[in-house]
Design a protein around this ligand. Structure first.
Ligand code: TYD
Ligand code: ZN
Length: 407
């Protein structure tokens, strides 16, 4: 394990280890248990560029491949979110739709770019997972199957020219080599172009102790301060930010070439908030590590008590995030009998590491448990509305973020 910052090479400071961890999306069958991959999930903070980062990380090829299990289109709220994002880009940053060019990195199943396709705006999705890219193509979204970096940027520059917008959602924090991204964006972005991305926000994670945002795919948890520092060497700066509700608290960063757009008040205000939250000081992360330990203890105690009372407890949604919770807390099928999930390729498999069975929702409705642990807590509003009859029949929800509680 190296303690060198992935972004600026300074010595980082160790924050917490969540122990031996599998890949968050490596749902598997019992025949695969003996070759299951594990790594140590641990986090450090860079005192110089302020980036919170994974110390060790599996190779991206292990995580984003032919069988990538995450399809953006599975949540209705997310579909609306990405339609709004496409429309706001078209209104604010596209001057002339007929000669505009929009790139999305990690375009998944085309959930956002399809709105550009619909408006006949030239676009290109760059997506490393073939199965989701195939769905995007079926949706009429031009997509190439590649990882993004300097080399892909050069290829796209040669074939398509420079971009007005380079966008990415829940992707930038997946890319270990931000330097190559910075170089790629520098190559591809028009002089007044906008490089925009959104990811789970460090401020929200610290405020909510939502440590389940930390897993193999999230190599960074960004703040405005750390993003500004990371891309400054490539002549880029953050000129506007928008806090978002998605993924339990995200931030949308708009960057441009230095001086190309005036720095908006949103950036000044958010940086001030980050200072007052202490995101630049190590003590904040020491406290965060203690809160994680406390949360773990309370969740395990609650589940053990319910078990001793003979209650039936299941999980709701086999999210990537749940892999960190289950493995760090050591929760297996003795405490949570199964997890229900809408994703067909997760169903009838077992969760990474703890091997809890994943089932389709039919069973949840036919044979309702006493308690359901809400692993998709970030979609609580949508789920509580959808599952009103479960709640009204006197059944219970368990949430663990920000605090462990029965709702
Ligand atoms: P999300 O919080 O977006 O996931 P992640 O932590 O993986 O980023 O939730 C997506 C997962 O949750 C996916 O496996 C489908 C499942 N899910 C349900 O099963 N039912 C639901 O109502 C929702 C919103 C998600
Ligand atoms: Zn650094």
């Amino acid at each position: 394990m190296s303690n060198k910052c992935r972004v600026c090479d300074a010595e980082t400071k160790f924050v917490i280890s969540y122990g031996k961890m599998p890949l968050a999306n490596a749902f598997l069958e019992p025949s695969q248990y003996d070759k299951e991959y594990f790594f140590e999930l641990a986090v450090s903070h860079c005192p110089s560029c302020k980036m919170l980062q994974l110390i060790d990380q599996p190779k991206p090829e292990l995580m984003f491949h032919e069988e990538y299990a995450f399809f953006s289109g599975t949540s209705k709220a997310m579909a609306v979110h990405f339609e709004d994002k496409a429309n706001s880009h078209i209104q604010e940053f596209i001057k002339s739709p007929s000669d505009a060019f929009v790139i999305e990195l990690g375009s998944n199943d085309g959930i956002m770019l399809k709105h550009f396709a619909k408006n006949k705006i030239k676009h290109l999705g760059i997506e490393p997972s073939r199965n989701v890219a195939e769905v995007a193509r079926q949706n009429g979204v031009d997509t190439i199957v590649e990882f993004f970096g300097k080399e892909t940027a050069q290829k796209v520059l040669n074939t398509h020219g420079k971009a007005d917008i380079i966008s990415a959602s829940n992707v930038m924090c997946h890319i270990p080599d931000l330097r190559s991204v910075g170089q790629g964006v520098d190559l591809l972005l028009k002089d007044d172009g906008v490089f925009e991305f959104e990811d789970p926000y460090l401020g929200a994670m610290i405020e909510k102790t939502s440590y389940d945002q930390i897993y193999d795919e999230h190599v960074y948890i960004f703040s405005v301060t750390s993003v500004d520092n990371a891309f400054a060497p490539y002549g880029l700066e953050v000129f506007h930010v928008t806090p978002l509700e998605t993924h339990g608290g995200s931030m949308r960063y708009h960057l441009c070439r230095k001086g190309a757009h005036p720095i908006r008040q949103s950036v000044i205000d958010q940086k001030a908030k980050e200072k007052s939250l202490g995101l630049d000081t190590y003590e904040t992360y020491e406290k965060f590590a203690q809160s994680c330990e406390k949360n773990k203890k309370e969740l395990v105690e609650l589940l053990q008590n319910l078990k001793s009372e003979g209650k039936r407890v299941v999980g709701y949604a086999a999210t990537s995030k749940s892999t960190t919770i289950l493995n760090y807390c050591g929760i297996g099928s003795d405490l949570i009998e199964c997890i229900y999930d809408t994703t067909p390729i997760k169903q009838n498999k077992f969760t990474p590491g703890m091997h809890i069975p994943v089932k389709s929702f039919d069973d949840f409705y036919n044979n309702a448990p006493d308690y359901a642990v809400l692993f998709a807590w970030n979609h609580a509003k949508e789920i509580f509305a959808k599952e009103e009859s479960y709640t009204q029949s006197g059944k219970n929800w368990i949430t663990f973020c920000p605090d462990v509680k029965v709702a």
